[in-house]
Write a new protein. Structure first.
Length: 371
């Protein structure tokens, strides 16, 4: 009778097990460099709030400390989201860990320079004041840091785009959200085509900015007019006199948080709305929401490059927004009608994954019924 060498079998299986563990890192530990960056951004936000209270210096109609506060908040939110995402088990975790570290380091350096320039009462982005040594060094930081942020996020998105990391609705939110973030970062490069402008810093120095955020038509734009900061909205200071590329940049960058919140909301609603109880239904809804968010990003980008303020849409913009809303409403109605009368398959419900897995394992060929 043949025998099995248990020790040999164990030795043969051990290397394969180790290789599998090397490819897929267990979940649970948040990305440490990104968390350090998040902590630094939280500290910067506190400092910026204090600065806005006690420092009355102004740049383009806003406190010199408002920009560091906004960037600190944006990087805190995105950095924590990315740290959570990279903690999920996935293939290529070693590469994504290093990419996350690149994102953390370059983000810290870029926002750190923004804070330094705010403390000095001058501009960080597009500043062409060549006789200022600190500014000249900082612009080199930007020239290397911004592409680093973009490429790190792009490669992470490519690595994760073919993997189902969690359940299908959340996976769809992650894939679409990362793609939207890459698009939002890419849109920021269009700011370099808005033209030069002459402005004054908080110290009274005339500074040439080689570009800006506001898009004006050729008849209105002039190099000696500080178009950024003229007619700004409250809090955001987005332009009211022309298009503002910060709008699509913001919308794209934070799409992943919006879609993840939508996915979690669908999971919370599933026990309460029978038509949402299947994973396939929630996945379809997430697809529609991702499509709608991408459409909104396209509309606000189109609006900005046409030198049109967000709060002054023309007929074409309103028609596009109305058409997008109608298409989303139609698709959601179809999903609702298809799933309203469908018998719920509890084994497909990710709300009770352990029970589903146990049941599937019991359904083996030749198994005898219990009892």
């Amino acid at each position: 009778m043949p025998t099995i060498d248990i020790d040999s079998a164990a030795r043969d299986s051990a290397p394969r097990h180790r290789r599998t563990q090397a490819r897929v890192r267990p979940a649970g530990r948040l990305h440490r460099p990104l968390l350090w960056m998040v902590a630094a951004m939280a500290a910067l936000m506190l400092v910026s709030v204090g600065g806005m209270i006690i420092d009355d210096r102004i740049l383009l109609g806003e406190s010199v400390w408002l920009k560091p506060f906004k960037f600190g908040f944006a990087f805190l939110l995105y950095g924590f989201t990315l740290a959570w995402l990279l903690s999920l088990p996935h293939k290529g975790s070693r590469a994504t860990w290093w990419l996350g570290a690149v994102f953390a380091i370059t983000g810290f350096a870029d926002v750190g320079f923004i804070a330094v320039q705010a403390a000095r009462g001058t501009f960080s982005h597009f500043n062409n004041y060549s006789t200022d040594t600190v500014n000249s060094i900082g612009q080199q930081v930007f020239m290397s840091g911004v592409p680093g942020l973009f490429l790190a996020n792009l490669i992470i998105a490519l690595i994760l785009s073919w993997q189902r990391i969690v359940d299908r609705p959340i996976a769809r939110a992650i894939h679409a959200g990362l793609a939207l973030a890459v698009a939002g970062m890419a849109i920021a490069y269009q700011m370099g085509n808005t033209g030069k402008q002459l402005v004054r810093d908080a110290n009274g120095n005339v500074v040439e900015l080689i570009a800006g955020h506001t898009v004006l038509d050729d008849a209105t734009r002039a190099a000696d007019v500080p178009r950024d900061g003229v007619g700004g909205m409250p809090i955001t200071h987005w332009s009211t006199i022309g298009g503002d590329l910060r709008v699509p940049h913001f919308v794209g960058l934070h799409g992943i948080q919006v879609l993840l919140l939508a996915a979690f909301a669908l999971a919370w609603l599933a026990p309460r709305l029978p038509w949402l109880r299947t994973e396939s239904a929630r996945t379809a809804v997430m697809g529609v929401l991702a499509f709608g968010y991408a459409g909104m990003l396209s509309i606000v980008t189109w609006q900005a490059i046409r030198a049109q303020s967000l709060i002054h849409p023309d007929g074409a913009t309103l028609a596009a927004a109305g058409g997008l809303t109608a298409i989303m409403g139609l698709l959601l109605t179809v999903i609702y009608l298809r799933n309203r009368a469908t018998e719920i398959d509890q084994t497909e419900d990710p709300i009770q994954p352990l029970a589903a897995i146990a049941e599937s394992r019991l359904r083996t060929p030749g198994a005898q019924p219990l009892g």
